[in-house]
Design a protein around this ligand. Structure first.
Ligand code: 5GP
Ligand code: ZN
Length: 112
């Protein structure tokens, strides 16, 4: 089985530009940004997707969302979009739960 690239980022085995970190979560720049600001916020533990978050881990989900808001505030973002792609059909390509934080351009609605 090939190693999870985001677990490798957590372990420091893969280079990343970290913007915030604590004992449970890590935030770093997306390598292929889709907006002038594009960060990924991930749990340090390996959870493949949103729909596979175990019951009882709601606090971890809340923590990831709060970290995302803190980064937005620290970066002075006045408007931003937070996205979780769940499943291949929704555009998920890395199967380690991650929140996208996007800002710095106009976003259309509905999303593509
Ligand atoms: P998904 O399509 O799964 O929602 O998002 C995966 C994201 O991970 C993509 O935006 C992609 O650019 C980013 N990504 C993939 N590999 C790497 C990597 O090695 N380093 C970083 N920083 N981002 C990555
Ligand atoms: Zn992983």
């Amino acid at each position: 089985m090939s190693p999870c690239i985001f677990c490798q980022v957590v372990q420091g085995e893969l280079d990343s530009e970290v913007v915030q970190e604590d004992d449970r979560a890590l935030a770093f720049k997306d390598v292929n940004p889709q907006a002038p600001t594009h960060f990924l916020v991930i749990p340090k533990e390996h959870i493949p997707s949103l729909s596979e978050v175990p019951e009882g881990k709601g606090d971890l989900l809340g923590h990831l969302l709060l970290m995302t808001c803190q980064i937005a505030r620290a970066q002075g973002l006045d408007a931003y979009r937070v996205i979780i792609n769940d499943g291949t059909g929704a555009g998920q390509t890395v199967f380690h739960l991650h929140l996208h934080l996007l800002a710095g351009r106009t976003f259309s609605w509905p999303p593509g």
